[in-house]
Design a protein around this ligand. Structure first.
Ligand SMILES: Nc1ncnc2c1ncn2[C@@H]1O[C@H](COP(=O)(O)OP(=O)(O)OP(=O)(O)O)[C@@H](O)[C@H]1O
Ligand SMILES: [Mg+2]
Length: 224
């Protein structure tokens, strides 16, 4: 999928209403089969940008296009559908559901689009095996280590083969070996399935794997 953003602006407001300008005119394009890394200081707006592109929050101004469709201006309900069909999101804070086992968390996406359950479960277990968490599939998130939760969150995000994958520091809690497993999986996915991927990272060795690096600074993407 080709993802295009033009002129994205976002200002938050603090407790007393004071403005916190975060993004001030972000333009970007990610092609199918492209793996783009987003880097920038803490607080520079990386997660904010991902939330806008993932249709979780609305920009104050600007447009987002998925292929030929302007998704930024769809209704909430229509955006929800686009998210379910097209977007995989690995959140910085995982956001696993505490009352559900690891396996059921991974299967959430499949349930959402009403896939055949047995087939989805087979794929989920295979994916969890590749990421080294299948032996924890019956455990609840609070019983998992941070790195295990992160890998479960990754499995949940990719189970449906979304054409657009957003990952916010998906290797932040992982040792080198497990980070490499996720990154190799992600790279293979981008290459073989033509996924467009945007990944936020602080690790130089991760951004080195990307096709392109976008640097956020002062609310914009610095020219490279
Ligand atoms: N809901 C909110 N209300 C007010 N301010 C917010 C809100 N969300 C984010 N911010 C502010 O916006 C700025 C950008 O936050 P964001 O989470 O996008 O940064 P980041 O680049 O992802 O940082 P990090 O690397 O630490 O994750 C920060 O200064 C943050 O305090
Ligand atoms: Mg962040």
């Amino acid at each position: 999928m080709v993802v295009r953003a033009a002129g994205l602006w976002k200002t938050y407001h603090g407790r007393t209403g004071e403005p916190v300008p975060v993004l001030g005119g972000v333009d970007l394009e990610v092609k199918a089969g492209e793996f783009v890394a987003v880097v920038g200081a803490s607080g520079s707006g990386k997660s904010t940008l991902l939330n806008l592109l993932g249709l979780l929050e609305r920009a104050d101004a600007g447009e987002i296009w998925f292929d030929g469709e302007r998704v930024s201006h769809l209704s909430r309900r229509a955006q929800c559908r686009v998210r379910g069909m097209s977007i995989g999101y690995v959140f910085q804070s995982f956001l696993l559901i505490e009352e559900m086992t690891a396996l059921d968390n991974v299967l959430l996406a499949a349930r959402y689009v009403a896939r055949d359950e047995r087939q989805a479960e087979r794929e989920a277990v295979a994916l969890m095996e590749r990421l080294g968490v299948s032996h924890r599939r019956g455990h609840y998130p609070s019983q998992l280590s941070g790195g295990e939760q992160q890998r479960v969150a990754y499995c949940r995000a990719v189970l449906n083969d979304p054409p657009f994958l957003l990952a916010d520091e998906p290797t932040g809690n992982l040792d080198e070996e497990h980070a490499k497993v996720i990154l190799t999986e992600l790279q293979g996915r981008v290459r073989e399935r033509g996924t467009s991927a945007i990944l936020v990272t602080h690790r130089p060795e991760t951004s080195a794997l990307a096709n392109r690096i976008l640097r956020l600074r002062n609310g914009r993407i610095e020219p490279s």
